[in-house]
Design a protein around this ligand. Structure first.
Ligand SMILES: [Zn+2]
Length: 365
C-alpha cells in the first residue's frame, strides 16, 4: 500500500505544480527578441547540467515550449557554425564556412540588420571573438569565415548598437589589417570599450567592446559571470528604444569545451549559461512582449551520458560524460522558448525557421 501511494504521488506531482507552458503569454505581441545560442549545445550537454544539479530545477526546466532544430547545411549533413549561424541569422541554408550569403554568394540581411532598419535597437554579446562565425553571421557577408578584416568592415557598416566579446587582435594585427580598425571604429563614431568595466560604465551607442586578444576567457578560468553581466547591461541599454530590440547572445565556449572533449570545462560553461538563461527569463517576466529563444547552431562532441557502470542491477552509479568526436555531429538540437509567442517554437523545425518565425513576430508584425 505504501508503495502505491508513493507511485501515485510521483505521478500527481507534475500536475499539482502545473506545466510552464500553461503560464506562457500566448497572445502577447512581441516587442523584444533575445536569441540565445549555446554554440554546440546538444540535448546531452543541456541534460548533463540538469544531472549535475541532481534534477533540481534549472533554467532548462523553466522553458515554456521546447522544439527541435534540424541543423544540416546546404552542402553537408553536419554543419559548421558559419552555415548554421547564417541559417538562424539570415534564413538561408548555405555551404559550410560561408557567412551572411546564400550558396550562390548572394548576400542576405540578418535579423539584426532587418531590426535596425525597422528602428529597433540591436545588440550582440559573445564569449568568443566578434569575428567568429556565430556573431559574424549577424553582420558579415563573406564566402569564407576566415576573412576577418572584411567581417570587421561589414560590422562597422552594419552599425549595430552593441557588439561585445573578444577579438582585439583581429582589429590590430598589422599583418591582417591595413590600419588599426579600433581607431577606424572610433573615427566613425563608435564608443570603444577595452574591458567589461569600460562597457558597464557606458551607454553611448554604437559600442564595440573587445575584452581579449582572442576569445574571452572560458568560465573555468575566471570568477565573474561575464556572460550574464554583459547581457544584462546590453538589455538595459537596448530597452531604452521604445520600439523594441533584437539581441543575440552566445555562450560560445560550450562548443570549445566539447571540441576539447573536456567535461569539466563543459560543466563550468553550462553553469554560466544556466545563470544567463535564468536572468533573461526573469527579464522576460518583468518586460512585457519579450520573447526568448534558446537553441544551438549544431551539436559538438557527440556528447553521450553513460552510466558509471554497465551493471544496472547496482542502481545509481552516476553519469559519465563521454564524447565520440572532437568535431561536430549531425544530431538535431533542442530549442527552449520563453515569453511572448514562445509557443511558435514548440515544434520540429528547420534551423532557417528560427529566422522566419522571429522575423514574422518582430519585424513583419
Ligand atoms: Zn564548433
Amino acid at each position: 500500500m505504501k508503495r502505491i501511494i508513493f507511485i501515485l504521488l510521483a505521478i500527481a506531482l507534475p500536475f499539482a505544480q502545473g506545466y510552464s507552458a500553461d503560464k506562457a503569454p500566448k497572445t502577447e505581441k512581441v516587442k523584444n527578441v533575445i536569441l540565445v545560442i549555446g554554440d554546440g549545445m546538444g540535448l546531452a550537454a543541456a541534460s548533463s547540467w540538469m544531472i549535475d544539479n541532481h534534477y533540481a530545477p534549472t533554467s532548462f526546466d523553466r522553458a515554456q515550449f521546447v522544439g527541435i532544430s534540424k541543423t544540416y547545411s546546404a552542402n553537408s549533413r553536419v554543419t559548421d557554425s558559419a552555415a548554421s549561424g547564417t541559417a538562424m541569422a539570415c534564413g538561408v541554408k548555405t555551404k559550410n564556412s560561408m557567412l551572411g550569403m546564400g550558396p550562390d554568394s548572394t548576400a542576405v540581411p540578418s535579423l539584426a540588420v532587418l531590426a535596425k532598419q525597422k528602428g529597433l535597437a540591436t545588440g550582440i554579446v559573445v564569449t568568443s571573438h566578434v569575428c567568429d562565425a556565430t556573431p559574424s553571421a549577424f553582420y558579415g557577408h563573406v564566402p569564407n569565415r576566415g576573412m576577418s578584416t572584411q567581417i570587421i568592415n561589414d560590422m562597422l557598416a552594419a552599425r549595430l548598437d552593441i557588439v561585445v566579446g573578444g577579438g582585439r587582435k583581429y582589429f590590430t594585427d598589422p599583418e591582417k589589417v591595413p590600419e588599426n580598425m579600433i581607431d577606424k571604429a572610433v573615427r566613425e563614431g563608435f564608443t570603444y570599450a577595452a574591458t567589461p568595466e569600460d562597457f558597464y560604465a557606458t551607454t553611448k551607442t554604437p559600442i564595440i567592446g573587445l575584452f581579449a586578444d582572442g576569445s574571452y576567457p572560458m568560465a573555468i578560468e575566471r570568477d565573474t559571470d561575464f556572460l550574464m553581466d554583459a547581457t544584462m547591461h546590453t538589455l538595459d541599454i537596448l530597452d531604452d528604444n521604445k520600439k523594441g530590440f533584437f539581441a543575440m547572445i552566445e555562450g560560445s565556449h560550450i562548443d570549445h569545451a566539447e571540441h576539447a572533449n573536456n567535461a569539466e570545462q563543459l560543466t563550468f560553461e553550462m553553469e554560466e549559461f544556466d545563470k544567463l538563461l535564468n536572468a533573461v527569463f526573469d527579464y522576460a517576466d518583468t518586460h512585457k512582449g519579450t520573447l526568448v529563444v534558446v537553441t544551438a547552431d549544431h551539436e559538438t562532441g557527440g556528447v553521450t551520458l553513460l552510466p558509471g557502470s554497465k551493471d544496472f542491477t547496482k542502481g545509481d552509479t552516476g553519469i559519465d560524460v563521454k564524447f565520440s568526436t572532437t568535431g561536430h555531429s549531425g544530431s538535431p538540437v533542442p530549442i527552449y522558448a520563453y515569453g511572448a509567442s514562445a509557443w511558435k517554437f514548440g515544434q520540429v523545425m528547420e534551423n532557417i525557421d528560427i529566422f522566419s518565425r522571429i522575423k514574422a513576430l518582430l519585424i513583419d508584425k
